[in-house]
Design a protein around this ligand. Structure first.
Ligand SMILES: Cc1ncc(COP(=O)(O)O)c(C=O)c1O
Length: 938
């Protein structure tokens, strides 16, 4: 809680609260409570004074917050304050209660249902009638930036209401703010906003917020608008709002030369109007802008299709529920899912429903809308999960023998993608977090080192792609922009594939957005075209000459900048929409920002998409992707901010609870991101003194940031490992589902569906587990206690060091252009298929392998070996088994190791098979070198 509703003390400025929305709701509760008590107390009661002071403090806390919302509005709030000032406390209590109830039940969102007196207070929105009303006519608010007097504002409200029509698709109200800064605050605070109308001529400084507070709130806002002439303030405000919440529709109403303004700022605004002349048009534009985001072309086509009478004379007997309705035995399937699911099932690929493999209608449009929402140039819907999305992108970009730099800890779909594409894979190492048996992310320096190594070998020209996971499962987030800049400086045509399986939500929050593939690609494209960057690059190039480029240390120790004349922006992102947004399972998207897509990739991409996409894609998944996109364009900001706040709340509660903190600790950014990668030196992302300023700073500058909504709980002190806590307690006993554990951690993620109640439930469960541990330890016999202490030590202090990727066996390794030396990259495809032939393989137990290694034999894995947890391949086909890997596997006490059968041991190649593979490698080496030589000669 960031406000004390008992004392009403809330001197902290708005930017310091963890959750402005929580403060708002708690303040109204406090106000209702104190005013109700005051209304009952006799005039001479000694408690009156204290309560009145609290009421004053609460209204002061609410004043700037309420200025951001259309309901209850400036006038109603002023009336409430006037009742209080006049001592009319009974009336004030009624007004406050009404407002609080209406806000809490969300009934202000229904046209005409706002109650006029206490007797007709609304019921909860859960009632079917209320819900239907909201579905029929969703409500939103429009921010008007104009320094207008109160009576003019009232008349604007009246006008907006009088314009409402019974057949409107939406209903909206307006909130007026008088200054530039107030507009920015309202943009961040008011999640009901869907459009902003910026009028001509308004002051810069806020009337509500101290200057310092504002600076912190918007750290990074580029230009100081106070110095700008009034005519330029509107366009600047538009640009800054677009940066914070790009989904909002922006309108500019100007009193000066409209054509001139449109020419300069037209790109930022949906429309620019001159003075008051097009009031009606503005109204229509606002409605239409929201309708465009609300429109879900494929979902609507599917709903329509479900209502049409059709005869099914092809496959899919389940279509239209026929095989279910006529069945004596499977009627419960229809009852459980409801008939609509089957009415919408079809295998028809024509008519109203589009074909995913060749979209021309509603699916094409749905993909275009997805591109708009996720900030890409093109987006593709995928119905087989990101596992498939990854393989599509890899196949589209990578040709046999291309070198690809891949984070070794990435999802297995990438490793299989490499096998299918026939890539030469250079595995990248993420920094290890030995104490928690998990990996962080790949440092930029290591990627640069790898590129330089390939440059030395003469094979840099064969490097096609860098493939990384952002964010990692545990919430480590790359500095995407910086990484791409530095890599492009070394190899200007590199393609980047960002696996954002867990990061689809990031687009909808300004802090997260900057570290997404698409946002960074858009920024780089703009940068490379700007004069400012050209100058910056020229200065860099002057100080970094040929000799500097030849000096590896200098290259590694310098923040490199790419040549804008050479660098291409070629970025792909794959997202499991179903993991973090509303979508049925397997709903995923591929987002593309590739300047060379048309020239270099379109055909290959199409082929790859055809290769991996079912000819019977699931229409329900596609419809849910379409609707999931609509949701995020209309309420994504609110949902993601809540996800963030709830995670911080969870962290704070565990940190402050005496029994919980004895056993559990949420890992912080200092645990998960080593100091060398935290330029900002930020150690905690939120605190009362600085608010969210630390989060903003860390996310802006650091090489790696931590996503606070990934909350990793260290559990070693309980004496139980992650798997035990997950299965024995969370899943079996309390029905709490989590996805990832390590030996001594459990990962909890908040998502856009998380509520305060689910957080409260989790906290309650953790308290029960902590109590259980306490009771068990108390009742232990002396030997039992010794065993327990040993276990705690093993889980907290004696963790097996994480092994690095050893190396590919030389039979699969790449080599330098001159053929004189081997390189790190390996031909996983040959290695993978060599293992298909049983005669090429043998099995060696763990002990026998250890002995064989001691005797000097190179034991080479014939398959992927993936222990869960941690879930990354500890061995890939063609990789040499090292003593460190064996040690790690021996220390792992996990039940599931894919690709390793304890009774048989490792599947490794026979020495004869390796000999044969080595010969094939030599032939291939000769071919590659010959073709490289021929290319050079051309
Ligand atoms: C980083 C990463 N990429 C891709 C995937 C595969 O995604 P999907 O389950 O949508 O196929 C996962 C699944 O956990 C993942 O963690």
């Amino acid at each position: 809680m960031t406000i004390d509703t008992g004392t009403g003390r809330s001197a902290a400025p708005l930017s310091r609260h963890r959750s402005v929305w929580e403060v708002r709701s708690e303040s109204w509760i406090g106000l209702v409570d104190h005013l109700s008590q005051l209304a009952k107390l006799p005039p001479d009661d000694s408690g009156r004074e204290g309560r009145l002071t609290k009421v004053q403090a609460l209204t002061e806390a609410l004043r700037p917050i309420e200025a951001c919302w259309a309901y209850p509005g400036r006038r109603a709030f002023a009336d409430l304050c006037a009742h209080i000032d006049r001592g009319d406390l009974a009336l004030a209590a009624i007004a406050a209660r009404r407002t609080h109830r209406t806000l809490a039940s969300l009934t202000y969102r229904h046209e005409g249902t706002t109650p006029r007196n206490d007797a007709d207070l609304p019921s909860q929105i859960e009632s079917e009638q209320e819900y239907q009303a909201q579905l029929r006519c969703p409500y939103f608010e429009v921010l008007v930036v104009d320094d207008m007097p109160a009576d003019e504002e009232e008349s604007l409200h009246r006008h907006v209401r009088s314009e409402r029509r019974a057949d409107d698709d939406f209903v909206f109200d307006v909130v007026v703010v008088p200054t530039f800064e107030d507009a920015l605050v309202a943009t961040m605070v008011n999640f009901n906003l869907q459009a902003v109308v910026i009028r001509y001529g308004f002051p810069y400084r806020s009337i509500h917020f101290a200057e310092l507070t504002m600076r912190r709130f918007f750290e990074g806002a580029d230009v100081d608008g106070e110095l700008l002439p009034e005519s330029e303030r509107g366009p600047l405000l538009g640009r800054q709002i677009a940066r914070l919440r790009p989904e909002l529709d922006l309108y500019l109403v100007t009193d000066v030369n409209v054509e001139d303004v449109a020419a300069k700022a037209g790109e930022t605004f949906n429309r620019i109007f001159f003075g008051e002349e097009d009031k009606l048009e503005l109204n229509h534009s606002i409605m239409q802008g929201v309708a465009e985001r609300y429109h879900t072309p494929f979902f609507e086509a599917l709903c329509k299709y479900a209502k049409q009478p059709t005869g099914v004379f092809h496959a899919l007997p389940l279509a239209r529920g026929k095989s279910i309705m006529n069945s004596n035995w499977i009627g419960d399937l229809g009852q459980f899912y409801g008939m609509n699911l089957f009415m919408a099932e079809t295998s028809a690929t024509s008519g109203g429903l589009d074909s995913l493999l060749e979209p021309t209608g509603s699916l094409k449009l749905a993909q275009e809308y997805a591109a708009r929402a996720f900030g890409s140039r093109r987006s593709f819907l995928v119905t087989n999960g990101t596992s498939t999305a990854n393989k599509i992108v890899v196949q589209a970009i990578v040709r046999p023998d291309d070198i690809v730099l891949v984070d070794r800890n990435c999802h297995k779909s990438h490793h299989y993608g490499m096998v299918l594409a026939g890539a030469q894979v250079t595995y990248l190492e993420a920094y290890p977090l030995h104490e928690y048996s998990m990996y962080g992310a790949v440092p930029i320096r290591h990627i640069k080192e790898t590129l330089l190594e390939l440059r030395r070998a003469g094979t840099l020209n064969r490097v096609r792609m860098v493939l990384l996971t952002n964010c990692t499962f545990d919430g480590i987030v790359y500095n995407v922009e910086r990484l791409m800049l530095e890599c492009l400086a070394i190899k200007p045509d590199l393609v980047f594939l960002w696996d954002e399986a867990w990061f689809a939500f990031a687009r909808f929050h300004p802090v997260y957005r900057q570290r997404t593939g698409m946002a960074a690609a858009a920024k780089l494209t703009e940068m490379f075209q700007s004069e400012e960057y050209a100058k910056r690059y020229a200065e860099f190039a002057r100080g970094f000459d040929e000799a500097a480029w030849a000096d590896d240390d200098k290259v590694l120790n310098t923040r490199l900048l790419p040549d804008p004349a050479k660098a291409r922006v070629r970025v792909y992102a794959t997202q499991s929409t179903h993991k973090t947004l509303t979508s049925l399972r397997q709903g995923s998207m591929i987002h593309v920002w590739d300047q060379d897509f048309k020239d270099k990739t379109e055909e290959a991409f199409h082929e790859a998409y055809m290769t991996h996409t079912s000819t019977s894609p699931n229409y329900q998944i596609l419809a849910s992707l379409d609707v999931g996109r609509r949701q995020m364009e209309l309420e994504g900001y609110e949902l993601v901010q809540r996800q963030l706040e709830l995670a911080m709340n969870l962290r704070d509660q565990v940190g402050a609870h005496p029994q919980l903190k004895k056993h559990f600790r949420f890992l912080t950014v200092t645990d998960l991101v080593p100091e060398e990668f935290r330029e900002s030196q930020v150690e905690s992302l939120y605190n009362m003194d600085t608010g969210w300023a630390n989060l903003l700073k860390a996310w802006r500058f650091d090489e790696f940031a931590l996503d606070p909504s990934r909350a990793t709980l260290a559990i070693g002190l309980t004496g139980m490992d992650g798997d035990t806590i997950k299965n024995k307690y969370l899943m079996d006993k309390y029905d709490i589902q989590i996805n990832k554990t390590s030996r001594n951690t459990v990962l909890f993620m908040t998502n856009i569906g998380t509520t305060r109640s689910t957080i409260a439930y989790l906290l309650g469960v953790l308290v029960k587990i902590a109590r259980d541990v306490d009771n068990r330890v108390r009742d232990m016999s002396t030997p039992e206690r010794r065993i327990h202490e040993k276990r705690v030590r093993s889980l907290t202090l004696e963790l097996p060091p994480l092994p690095n990727f050893s190396c590919f066996h030389q039979a699969f390794r790449g080599h330098s252009l001159d053929g004189q030396s081997e390189t790190r990259d390996g031909d996983v495809r040959s290695a993978f298929f060599l293992g298909y032939e049983d005669g090429n393989c043998e099995y060696l137990t763990m002990d026998d392998t250890a002995q064989a290694i001691k005797n000097g034999r190179e034991c080479v894995s014939a398959q992927f070996v993936i222990p869960y947890p941690p879930g990354f391949p500890i061995l890939v086909p063609g990789q040499v088994i090292s003593a460190e890997i064996l040690q790690f596997m021996q220390a792992l006490d996990v039940r599931e190791i894919h690709g390793f059968r304890p009774e048989l041991g490792f599947r490794i190649y026979t020495e004869a098979a390796l000999e044969l593979a080595g010969q094939a490698n030599a032939v291939w080496k000769a071919q590659i070198n010959a073709s490289a030589g021929a290319a050079e000669g051309e």
